[in-house]
Design a binder for this molecule. Structure first.
Ligand SMILES: C[C@H](O)[C@H](O)[C@H]1CNC2=NC(N)=NC(=O)C2=N1
Length: 96
């Protein structure tokens, strides 16, 4: 089932409900940086995010440098932001 792309104002409404996420890719994605005490803590967080992503069939584009994890979310099937991005972002924040 396709996922529909949100328009800018719909995306802004949803972004306003999240802390510390910002638009990226000219509004086609959202991103946030997470800092941890050390690499093992960062890796544990990434493991938990991976399980969420699998459950939601919605996967992040992300990077890890030692204790820092950068996560960017976009919906490839919609060529932009969809509800799935904001749902996953909210669930990721709830892991903290
Ligand atoms: C076949 C599979 O359901 C699709 O490719 C899913 C997988 N994970 C995904 N993740 C993201 N970020 N966007 C998608 O469009 C997407 N599609």
């Amino acid at each position: 089932m396709g996922v529909s792309k949100l328009d800018r104002s719909e995306a802004e409404q949803r972004l306003a409900k999240l802390d510390d996420w910002e638009f990226s890719r000219d509004g086609d994605a959202i991103k946030r940086e997470f800092k941890f005490d050390d690499f093992v803590a960062a890796w544990g967080f990434m493991s938990r995010v991976a399980i969420l992503a699998e459950k939601q069939d919605h996967h992040p584009e992300w990077s890890n440098v030692y204790n820092t994890v950068e996560i960017e979310l976009t919906t490839h099937d919609a060529d932009g932001l969809s509800e799935r991005d904001f749902t996953l972002a909210g669930d990721i924040d709830a892991l903290r």
